[in-house]
Design a protein around this ligand. Sequence first.
Ligand SMILES: [Zn+2]
Length: 106
Amino acid sequence: MALKLHRRCVSCQRIAQRDEFWRLVLVPIAKDISENELIAPISKPRREKSNQHFQVQLDRGMGRSAYLCKSWECLQIAQKKNRLGRSLRIQIPAEIWEILKSRLPT
Ligand SMILES: [Zn+2]
């Protein structure tokens, strides 16, 4: 497997193939897009120098990405230590955490 297909967990620093992780993507959004059109919950849009707005999406989208093990431990670390927020330089909305928790195996 090519190295470029490997990603690193923001919490435990484990390196593995991309599909072993949850992926959070920082994607630019147009100002006029309605929330109903979005495929995942959005954060409060972040304003960049370029006047661009961003949102956090799960799984899909092109842009700065952060990866997280599909585990309770890494989810806890990421939330408590704001690992995802720092990596993406955005505040992770509560909805995102709820969705990730709901995806954990029971
Ligand atoms: Zn991890």
